[in-house]
Design a protein around this ligand. Sequence first.
Ligand SMILES: NC(=O)c1ccc[n+]([C@@H]2O[C@H](COP(=O)([O-])OP(=O)(O)OC[C@H]3O[C@@H](n4cnc5c(N)ncnc54)[C@H](OP(=O)(O)O)[C@@H]3O)[C@@H](O)[C@H]2O)c1
Length: 276
Amino acid sequence: MSQESRSFDVPTNDGMPVLGLGTWENDDPAQCAESVTTALETGYRHVDTAQIYGNEAAVGEGIAAADVDRDDVFLATKVWIENLAPEDVAASTRESLQKLDTEYVDLLYVHWPAGAYDPAETLPAFAELRDDGLIDRIGVSNFEPEHLDAATDALGEAPFANQVEMHPLLRQEELRAYADANDVELVAYSPLARGEILDDPAVGEIAEKHGVSAAQVSLAWLRESGVTAIPKATGADHIADNWASLGLELDDEDIETIDDLGRTDRQLNPDFGPDW
Ligand SMILES: NC(=O)c1ccc[n+]([C@@H]2O[C@H](COP(=O)([O-])OP(=O)(O)OC[C@H]3O[C@@H](n4cnc5c(N)ncnc54)[C@H](OP(=O)(O)O)[C@@H]3O)[C@@H](O)[C@H]2O)c1
């Protein structure tokens, strides 16, 4: 299934639904499958997983159980850092497809520029998977501008998307400018700052003004910034609350308040990560 022939009945950024379901640490297989099914039946059409999450099979089960065709879902997974040598990219991706019970994924990411990652070796292996129809788009994650430059050189084109931590407490202005200038989609992970956003007083005031949750404010801010968000939510209440953010429009004053927060609170900073 090529990206040209896909169309989604939800808002998209260059063909990628703007709101997806995150699944990191949704570890109980039955619960994870149920979260995915619930999300798809709520209207979500984008699901994010990764080899390292250990839940690809549960995600596949959740998709299969939903009353939604596989081809109507934008499915993304990520190749773990130990699998980034070319032969391991191919083998581990085939394993992911088997677990996900699908013939292709819409987006395959390099999870981190770390471990066995070498742009000149790793990215041609991703391009080969795309040529073979096993993946539709090539993505990267946790890349800084210099990594994106090297990836673009290796691929002969910019990657489709860069998935990074982003929320009102980590606004990623440099990466946003890079993405705009180079036609790279940004996908925000930890878009609720792993729950921290719920305790921010300024975001809380905006939420109160609109009669919505702080989670919705964060997700609407990302959407209005042209960024795709993939909040992780387990139960139907959080899944529905986050979905409702699609109906929230922030005003100029709200955007200004968030832009003026001046915070750089990063939730994820593993020792193998870049020197941000
Ligand atoms: N590429 C990468 O390196 C990378 C790194 C981190 C994450 N990710 C991806 O991004 C996804 C999201 O990031 P994340 O899981 O780190 O954090 P997050 O989405 O910012 O926050 C998830 C937390 O917020 C809670 N929550 C969700 N919706 C809520 C709502 N409406 N109201 C109150 N609480 C709510 C969840 O609880 P419940 O689970 O109880 O609903 C969970 O505890 C991950 O699941 C994963 O798919 C990628």
